[in-house]
Design a binder for this molecule. Sequence first.
Ligand SMILES: Cc1ncc(COP(=O)(O)O)c(C=O)c1O
Length: 385
Amino acid sequence: MSAKEDKPETRLISEGRMSAEHFGAVNTPVYRASTILYPDLAAIKANSQPYTYGRRGTPSTRSFEDAISSLEGAAKTVSVTSGIQAIGLAILSVCSAGDHLLMVDSTYEPTRILCDRTLKRFGIETSYYPPGDNIAAHLKPNTKAVFCESPGSLTFEVQDVPAIVKAAHAHGASVLMDNTWATPLFFQPLKHGVDLSIQAATKYIGGHADVMLGYVSANETHAARLHQAHGDLGLYASGDDCFLGLRGLRTLAVRLARHQETGLALARWLKGRPEVARILHPGLEGDPGHALWKRDFSGACGLFGVILRPVPEAAVAAFVDGLQHFGIGYSWGGFESLIVPAHIRRTASPFAAEGPVLRIHAGLEDAGDLIADLEKGLKRLKEKS
Ligand SMILES: Cc1ncc(COP(=O)(O)O)c(C=O)c1O
């Protein structure tokens, strides 16, 4: 257990440990359980057992959720099987039929699809606001929640979260935030007034590209309704996946420091290249979101965008397909470097890109090796241009 004054780096190591209950084992073992036995009928009647049924939690889920609550400063954390499930759960725990949800236009694309398709079917109406806007102008009488993601997916605009919280709360609306980019190590949404903090733990918390996991952390006012929706919907995360999430958590600080350093090194190098029109990375001096990022965040992860100068598709393919150290694949936050084309879809605010947009994840490889790989790739791009 951490003391009140302990830093997040210490909490990552010391929270969620249950060694005394597990013969001194440092890590809580994996619990695979459905049935949990009671000693007698009196125990059922008293309903005071810490564990009652697999879906309602085991020491594996409790270890993970306790550690996360400590990091997030949360009253309650619930784990689920993916980031998108965490997003759906957070929205369903505050919005009902007839409510309006105000969503940032730079949101993760599957979040948009969830809102425009399934949530719409259940009578929750979503509209989108440009990421830089004062949200007050976009609130409606029936706005029940404002959903932000900062920096935004693919375009990396930083939002003024405290200003959003102020306007939303003045209106009586809850604030939900997808904080996957920063992780609770570099930004703590609840400490900035957000009500529900959402994380795709699939990314940096898992950290090894081998687990699908998500969670939602709530402040005091939202804890009961989050707990209820999680239980009503029958959501849970497996003991194996919580074990992997917790294992990733222990090394999050050292991994993120390296992802940050390499991400910035690649972004700075790419910025100086004639083939590149613009870099989308709030940690870079001169980025439109840099001042806000500096004010609110304590670091940057390894994910950023690159806008190339206009070139034919074949030139982009020659660049990307021949890279040795960058896998072509969705997701990010693992130990490995990745690159994918970014297809940006906006409905409230057009995003003007000078040329093709790529998203890069800087992994834990040597930064010099990655730069050498990119340099050879840009040579191929030039030859095909
Ligand atoms: C910002 C963001 N939020 C949420 C998710 C969804 O996470 P998951 O794939 O675990 O559902 C992703 C996945 O790419 C993401 O990039």
